[in-house]
Design a binder for this molecule. Structure first.
Ligand code: 15L
Length: 273
């Protein structure tokens, strides 16, 4: 199976490109150069450019789409990376008859959801509740998957990734951690699973303290093995722990919002006609 990985020079992309290349034929795409350790075919370019996207998707069987700024940013940057980039790739997939996308969505698509008090984990059907423009971008990217599934028959997995880290580093990670091994297993499952439509799943490990439900992931063959609780003894308690645990988006959801969609200077003073 030939797989395009966008964002192949990023944190998740470089781990995946390194670990998936025995099972799949990988082509990497990124606005940055390939990491020194990268093996195989690599294209430097912006997936939000339809010409770049069309060429990058040519001859592929599936797309793992990770490109985009992985944190809060100006709305226009968010729209460019997460919305226009996803749309350009989906268009290219329609053009070349490519039928499967595995998308890096994020827990921040539902980040303003209160932490489950009952112990009942949050399901994938919970309404979108972004905590940032970044989260809005991920909600919109998931909506594009739905549109292209219904209108063009492209099936996809929207991985609402928690905290992708080599090891957990904070108390919040007891719920949100996604280990490298589990991430690789999740993407493999997303590429080969037999289904139609869009399957949103939570991209976390089998954490004892998980806030999100893993059944949807298991339904497509994602069976995580790691558990952040194994590192509990080494995770420091911090003053912000309690506030960060109030909403599942953690630090993205706490504190005063720091951005507006537009600065007043950007808005034309012109009156109506
Ligand atoms: C994400 O979606 C971000 O890309 C990453 O930077 C982390 O903040 C992560 O979520 C998280 O919630 O820990």
């Amino acid at each position: 199976m030939r797989v395009l990985i966008t964002g192949a020079s990023g944190h998740i992309g470089s781990v995946l490109a390194d670990r998936l290349d025995e099972q799949f034929e990988i082509r990497g795409l990124d606005v940055r150069a390939a990491p020194a350790s990268y093996r195989g075919e690599f294209v430097v370019g912006d997936c939000a450019d339809p010409v770049v996207a069309t060429e990058a998707v040519r001859d592929m069987d599936a797309v793992v789409h990770l490109a985009g700024i992985a944190t809060e940013a100006d709305l226009l940057l968010v729209l460019h990376g997460h919305v226009l980039g996803t749309a350009a790739l989906l268009d290219a997939m329609v053009r070349h008859g490519v039928r499967r996308m595995v998308l890096a969505s994020s827990n921040h698509a539902v980040g303003m959801t209160p932490r489950p008090a009952s112990g009942e984990p949050i399901q994938t059907g919970t309404p979108p509740r972004p905590d940032t423009f970044y989260g809005v971008g991920k909600v919109a990217a998931e909506a594009l998957l739905s549109l292209y599934a219904d209108r063009h028959g492209i099936s996809s997995v929207a991985m609402r990734i928690g905290s992708f880290l080599e090891r957990p580093t904070s108390r919040r990670n007891l719920a949100t951690w996604l280990s490298y091994d589990d991430c690789v297993a999740m993407v493999e499952a997303g590429l080969v699973a037999d289904f139609e439509g869009v399957v949103p799943i939570y991209g976390i490990s089998a954490n004892r303290d998980a806030w999100w439900d893993l059944d949807a992931g298991r339904s497509i063959g994602y069976h995580p093995r790691d558990d952040a609780a194994a590192y509990e003894h080494e995770l420091p308690h911090a003053p912000e722990d309690e506030a960060e645990a109030q909403w599942v988006g953690g630090p993205f959801a706490t504190g005063a919002p720091t951005r507006t969609a537009f600065e007043l200077d950007d808005v034309s003073e012109g009156g109506g006609t």
